[in-house]
Design a protein around this ligand. Structure first.
Ligand code: NAI
Length: 339
């Protein structure tokens, strides 16, 4: 039976990379009924709400979404489409595996995971102008969210055979907010005795990520630290074209690359779809389609190892379509030889 999945093509390079992900899923033999829902800048420009209720309703009904990056109009009273989507569906855990692919960025050999709290912190949207010339942003931290993101990180470490979780914070300065998150994580740790809890201040963590990223294991952090460190992680593995992500809640999950709409590449057919395709691989694992997910991952490894059809961001000259066609060919070949 076909899976019903909401597809949000998004803005900028979003439609190009999400079309690539669709083709690869099809090549892997997974039947999907795509419920295509537009959201983002283009919808806002046409006079609508950039995140219409129909999009939320569709994801609620299907429980799974694959999403291209969405822009948000600056000004005009709109909140970020991405933040609103995550908050409305309570997709509280943002999982971003940072893993090197062969022959992409040979200075580093990275294999770590970022688990970012997705609903609070400075992204809670609690901003106000106290008086002319004085603005305030409230960093919201609750015990409930701190506990569930810590729980998620420890369970993730257990399931994926990763021996430690590194809690990244700035509790030496933000003693109350980050202090609460840290204390809560310390209370969760003993419930997971096979996993070691390590703690690190965020500025030190940025340095360690460059010098010895794998020592961080599963890095768990509040929203802003997780956001910034994710892009740093992308830099270590070849750029934003590579890092996938999953926004996971108790009732729904939305899979999307770490990158944004890349306005500099949009419409040129040259974006690297790997991050989006690897997000689709994460989704296939959640759907129980392990064989298909493994075939795609194996094909990605082979394509980069051969380095014949690669995109411009890492020195190749293939466009998005040629890259995707080659990957689909490899996926089919792997399926035929293993079946
Ligand atoms: P960006 O991620 O779109 O681009 C940063 C740099 O990375 C650019 O040089 C771009 O060309 C490159 N890049 C990104 N994706 C790539 C890919 N697949 N292949 C090759 N190169 C790639 O970040 P930026 O410019 O800060 O944001 C642009 C817009 O995207 C903003 O409106 C922002 O709000 C939105 N955004 C949306 C996100 C989402 O929907 N989840 C996440 C991040 C940003």
């Amino acid at each position: 039976m076909a899976h019903s999945i909401t597809l949000i093509p998004g803005d900028g390079i979003g439609p190009e990379v999400s079309a690539a992900a669709r083709s690869v899923i099809e090549a892997a033999g997974v039947a999907v009924d795509w419920d295509v829902q537009t959201a983002g800048l283009e919808v806002a420009r046409a006079g609508g709400n950039p995140l219409p209720d129909r999009v939320i309703d569709s994801i609620r009904a299907n429980r799974f979404g694959l999403k291209g990056p969405c822009g948000t109009p600056i000004g005009g009273g709109f909140r970020s489409v991405n933040v609103t989507l995550r908050q409305t569906l309570d997709l509280y855990a943002n999982v971003r595996p940072i893993k090197s692919l062969p022959r992409v960025e040979e200075r580093f050999d990275v294999d770590m995971v970022i688990v970012r709290e997705n609903t609070e912190g400075l992204y809670a949207g609690l901003e106000l102008m106290i008086m002319p010339g004085v603005a305030q942003s409230i960093k919201l931290t609750t015990e409930r969210s701190s506990r569930r993101i810590a729980e998620f990180a420890f369970r993730y470490a257990e399931r994926h055979g990763r021996p430690w979780v590194t809690m990244v914070h700035k509790a030496n300065i933000m003693k109350i907010s980050d202090g609460l998150a840290l204390e809560t994580t310390r209370k969760v740790a003993p419930l997971h005795p096979t996993i070691e809890l390590r703690e690190m201040i965020v500025d030190a963590a940025a340095m360690v990520m460059v010098r010895n990223p794998n020592s961080l294991g599963v890095l768990v952090a509040e929203n802003l630290y997780g956001d910034i460190l994710s892009d740093l992680g992308a830099g270590l593995v070849g750029g934003l074209g590579f890092v996938p992500g999953a926004n996971i809640g108790d009732d729904a999950a939305v899979f999307e690359a770490v990158h944004g709409t890349a306005p500099d590449l949009a419409g040129k057919g040259i974006a690297n779809p790997t991050a989006m395709i690897q997000s689709a691989v994460m989704m296939l694992h959640h759907l129980g389609e392990k064989t298909a997910a493994d075939a795609i991952q194996k094909a990605i490894l082979r394509q980069y190892d051969e380095r014949k059809v690669i995109t411009g961001d890492i020195g190749g000259n293939a466009g998005t379509t040629a890259f995707t066609a080659e990957l689909c060919r490899l996926v089919r070949e792997i399926r035929e030889t293993s079946g």
